[in-house]
Design a protein around this ligand. Structure first.
Ligand code: NCD
Length: 338
């Protein structure tokens, strides 16, 4: 796949290394617009339908922001109950209707496979913003871009790195998609750090080992966090059969600055797809890490806008026209230039 125009982005399985590199190349070219050094109106008049049938803050807002930054308009639906799906409408029918109004769709839904099912009724590109415990391809791309950028700071690369994936690896779709995406790289050591009931599904482990990577399945953080990347996750309590079951795992893997000092390397990069559960009985990534330079969680968020801008530009076929529609920014641009 190297022409993205008109394509859906449903799964990381669609991407090979060449496609990933193209997306990253376009993402880097989006930086002046994301930082508001310049504006572009390349998608002026285009409409994004941003359909989020599950809770979301940054994924939903960053899809919308990415489309706005390219000059497009955003229409949003949030929650199942406020849509006709609650009246029994099929995903196919909803897609036929919505794609008649919009030029692109971003969608999140609680059921695995739902976004792909929706896409069968859409004649505009559909981007998967998370389908249940299955996939989250745009998050995996932004995570991989972040890993690449963070490791470059230490003269390291994705090939040959050691990554520790921590927490709920069973239900966490971000770690499923990221692990599969990393199959396009070489010689990676994976430490899968999860309680026994929440280990990584076999189909992901098979893909990772078939790619020639090394895997260690472990159930404790001690001795397993001295990795280049430590990727913490949230217990996905909404996907458990009961709240009681989820509560058993809450707070099992907390990382604070003291734990970082004791078990990580001085240059271990800390990542999390967010939201981090900061309730006192969970406290996945303690606030005392906020001043740790290797806490990359807010850089992940910024990279997310770049990735989503790139995917809109590519799927709508304007990746080489963005500059042509460029104008200056007349307003005062933020104090903190990140
Ligand atoms: C993740 C998700 O929704 O899968 N969040 C996100 O998109 N950044 C992770 C989570 O909710 O724990």
């Amino acid at each position: 796949m190297l022409s993205f125009q008109g394509e859906n982005i449903l799964s990381v399985n669609q991407l090979d290394r060449e496609a990933i590199e193209l997306i990253f190349d376009v993402a880097k070219r989006m930086e002046p617009y994301a930082k508001k050094h310049k504006r572009t109106q390349v998608l002026e008049g285009a409409v994004l339908a941003n359909l989020f049938f599950e809770p979301s803050t940054r994924t939903r807002v960053s899809f919308g922001t990415a489309f706005n930054l390219l000059g497009g308009l955003v229409r949003e639906t949030t929650g199942m109950q406020s849509s006709a799906l609650a009246k029994g409408e099929s995903l196919y029918d909803t897609a036929r209707v919505i794609s008649a109004y919009a030029d692109a769709v971003a969608m999140r839904h609680p059921d695995a496979g739902s976004v792909a099912e929706f896409a069968t009724g859409s004649d505009v590109p559909v981007l998967n913003g998370g389908d249940g415990p299955n996939e989250h391809p745009t998050q995996a791309l932004l995570d991989l871009l972040t890993i690449d950028r963070e490791l470059n700071r230490f003269d390291r690369s994705v090939d040959g790195m050691h990554i520790a994936l921590v927490g709920d690896l069973k239900y966490g779709r971000t770690v499923h998609s990221l692990s599969k995406l990393l199959c396009h790289y070489k010689n990676i050591k994976f430490s899968m750090v999860a309680p026994d009931g929440l280990q990584m599904p076999d189909y992901v482990l098979d893909a990772v080992s078939n790619a020639g990577h090394q895997i260690e399945l472990v159930s404790q953080m001690e001795g397993n966090l001295a990795a280049d990347i430590v990727y913490q996750t949230r217990i996905q309590e909404e996907r458990f059969p009961s709240q009681e079951e989820a509560n058993k795992y809450r707070g099992g893997f907390r990382i604070s600055q003291a734990i970082y000092d004791a078990h990580c390397k001085p240059e271990s990069v800390l990542m999390h797809p967010l939201p981090r559960d900061s309730r006192s009985d969970a406290n996945e990534l303690d606030n005392d890490l906020n001043s740790n330079d290797n806490l990359a969680i807010f850089r992940q968020v910024q990279n997310g806008v770049l990735i989503r801008m790139a995917l809109f530009a590519l799927t709508l076929g304007v990746e080489n026209k963005v500059q042509q529609y460029e104008t200056n920014v007349p307003w005062f641009s933020r104090k903190r230039q990140s």
